[in-house]
Write a protein that binds this ligand. Structure first.
Ligand SMILES: NC(=O)c1ccc[n+]([C@@H]2O[C@H](COP(=O)([O-])OP(=O)(O)OC[C@H]3O[C@@H](n4cnc5c(N)ncnc54)[C@H](OP(=O)(O)O)[C@@H]3O)[C@@H](O)[C@H]2O)c1
Length: 434
């Protein structure tokens, strides 16, 4: 072995941390052959020293500062989750000149600019491949493999829990609540599933993807975000009848006069490859100006896939250390000073086709009143379907529109939802036909 050993400190040894340990040990000879140098975990910080993790107890401490301040440690791997200590630890490590690898999408999405600056000032690196879509090497693909291109649009199934639930609802004609509780029992959904099912988790990932695709830094709060909890089996049935599938998509599109970044349930044609991404799988479809259309597909979460991404960052950092390369100052693919801090276009300016589900009482003239208000707001109907089955005395009335401005939809629905024949707030699903 000609290279030296690189010592790392790991903060957190739960699902992902234990997998990182297993990969580094299990594939040690393989890494030695690739790099002629060794990556070794020197110490690990956890909360509970009594837990048996099948790892030498001498490696553990509960003091993250002790790990970071060990002069032999050059890389810190942060795998603690979204707690205040995680951000403090990353700041401390970078300010001491230790490169950091993290899987923490919330921290990267919220603090990227501050942390990139800190890394630059201290001549070290922050890498975060595992923060988006676990086992899919999407960030490295955008940053390096597609570096020649403007990415004009990106559509991602980037939350495995939501995709698992929508897939089950589709296959079994099941209600959202029933599938969610089953998913929780099977460990596919967290005890508190809000971040996954209401789109926040996908919004964090979309903000990171938009930064790498377009060099634009956007706050998560500025991303329009709607989850899947309002989707009913009827919506899925109606989608199928008209040739669509419903997926929770993170969408980022850069056009001449608009920049869209939004997360919401979306109807996509069954012919779209994303329609065939089932269960807990993730996929990211992109359109690049020279490379053209592409899609990356794989496991988006879980200990091993996520740890695989963490170790890929460790391998990159170790190669830089061993070859004494200049550090990579552009972890987003853009020099931090060229990242543009911006907001996505207002969702009210979105122009797309809509699926609308009204719940109406079975009375004369209801249809005429609804279509009149839609017409008054410049909304033209492509298909209209009255579903026979009553739900608590209400009848679902389904409308598919032609291209419509979101603002016009909102104005029309505001007026319609005030009518006495409407039994619950009208629901919409945006359609992407491209
Ligand atoms: N799991 C996935 O599939 C997945 C996928 C993508 C990204 N990620 C990200 O990867 C990171 C780790 O996730 P995980 O699933 O491995 O989490 P986890 O299983 O909950 O493990 C968290 C680890 O951090 C330790 N920890 C938490 N707070 C700490 C503190 N204040 N001081 C010291 N140690 C602390 C815990 O110690 P104890 O063990 O002693 O409690 C535990 O070992 C998170 O940022 C997560 O968002 C996870």
């Amino acid at each position: 072995m000609s290279g030296q050993t690189t010592y790392i400190g790991m903060l957190g040894c739960g699902t992902v941390g234990q997998s990182v340990y297993q990969i580094l040990n299990g594939n040690r000879d393989f890494f030695l052959r690739k790099m002629e140098s060794d990556i070794r975990i020197k110490s690990i910080c956890v909360r509970d020293l009594k837990k048996d993790r099948g790892i030498d107890a001498k490696l553990f401490t509960t003091d993250y500062k002790q790990v970071i301040c060990d002069p032999e440690i050059t890389i810190v791997v942060e795998l603690m989750g979204d707690c205040p200590d995680a951000l403090d630890a990353i700041r401390l490590a970078l300010s001491r000149g230790n490169s950091v690898v993290t899987a923490n999408k919330a921290i990267v999405a919220r603090h990227a600019l501050e942390l990139f600056k800190l890394a630059e000032e201290n001549n070290c690196e922050l890498l975060f491949e595992a923060s988006v879509a676990g086992g899919i090497p999407i960030l490295r693909s955008i940053r390096e493999g597609l570096a020649a291109n403007h990415i004009q649009s990106l559509y991602g199934i980037i939350n495995g829990t939501s995709n698992y639930i929508l897939t089950k609802m589709t296959k079994e004609n099941a209600e959202f609540d029933d599938v969610l509780s089953e998913a929780q029992k099977l460990g596919y959904a967290e005890a508190d599933p809000a971040s996954d099912i209401e789109g926040e988790d996908a919004a964090y990932k979309l903000s990171i993807l938009a930064m790498l695709c377009h060099g634009k830094y956007i706050k998560v709060e500025d991303i329009f975000c709607k989850g899947i909890s309002y989707i009913k089996p009827l919506d899925i049935k109606m989608a199928a009848r008209f040739g669509y599938v419903i997926k929770l998509l993170g969408i980022s599109k850069l056009q001449k006069d608009s920049f869209e970044a939004r997360v919401h349930p979306t109807m996509i044609p069954t012919s779209n490859p994303l329609a065939h991404v089932h269960g807990a799988f993730n996929a990211i479809q992109y359109h690049a100006d020279y490379a053209g259309e592409g899609m990356l597909y794989g496991l988006g979460a879980g200990g091993h896939p996520t740890a695989s991404a963490v170790v890929s960052d460790l391998v990159e950092l170790n190669r830089n250390i061993q070859s004494e390369n200049e550090i990579n100052l552009a972890p987003s693919g853009f020099l931090p000073k060229t990242l543009e801090v911006t907001k996505p276009s207002d969702i009210l300016k979105l122009k797309t086709c809509y699926y609308i589900r009204f719940s109406v009482l079975d009375r004369p003239n209801v249809l005429a009143k609804i279509t009149a208000i839609l017409g008054k707001n410049k909304i033209s109907i492509q298909n209209l379907y009255q579903h026979g089955e009553k739900e608590d005395e209400a009848i679902p009335l389904i409308v598919f529109t032609h291209l419509t401005l979101e603002n016009d939809i909102r104005l029309a629905l505001k007026e319609i939802d005030d009518m006495d024949f409407i039994t619950q707030m009208t629901k919409i699903i945006r359609i992407e036909d491209d």
